[in-house]
Design a protein around this ligand. Structure first.
Ligand code: CUA
Length: 168
């Protein structure tokens, strides 16, 4: 079979590009752990507390194993609900030990909100009716600002909280 020289160049270029894309995709998925957005679990946005994770007593930081934590967050305009402390005061600052495995699980009771922890790679969009989750390990000690990065109304710029990562 005779292939024209230009045809050979195009074929080489085409197959080469395909390989490059597959390698980039493979490295991203299997080596760097890039995953598609979560949001696969649904719940009733009108009654989020019917879901075990978002009952009052389960909000905020929950230790689920030796060095494993789950943080359940209910977002609403213009607040992140992490539950209440022993004195009944709403928690404004969550604390996680350095190096622990943490799963952030969040949803919203009204409109779309964001949940980004500045300075980390935690960044989720929270949509009514869906649970967004993100599993990570926080290796830098310090205080991090949690911000809403989806415009949600007049109080959007005030929708913040604090995460403290402490030396265990
Ligand atoms: Cu919530 Cu912006």
């Amino acid at each position: 079979m005779h292939l024209h020289r230009y045809e050979k160049i195009w074929l080489t270029f085409g197959i080469g590009s395909l390989l490059v894309f597959l390698i980039v995709l493979g490295v991203g998925a299997f080596y760097q752990g890039t995953q598609p957005p979560s949001c696969l679990v649904t719940l009733d946005p009108e009654n989020v507390q019917a879901h075990e994770s978002f009952k009052d007593e389960n909000l905020g930081v929950q230790q689920i194993g030796e060095n494993e934590y789950v943080v359940n967050i209910l977002a609403s305009a213009f607040n992140y609900n992490f539950g209440k402390d022993e004195a009944g005061v709403p928690v404004r600052k969550i604390r996680i030990p350095k190096g622990a495995n943490v799963i952030f699980q969040a949803t919203t009771t009204d409109v779309v909100h964001g949940f980004q922890i500045a300075g980390t790679n935690v960044n989720m969009m929270l949509e009514p009716g869906y649970i967004s989750d993100y599993e990570t390990t926080l290796n830098n000690v310090g205080e991090f600002t949690i911000v809403c990065n989806e415009y949600c109304g007049v109080g959007h710029h005030m929708m913040t909280a604090v995460l403290e990562v402490y030396e265990p």
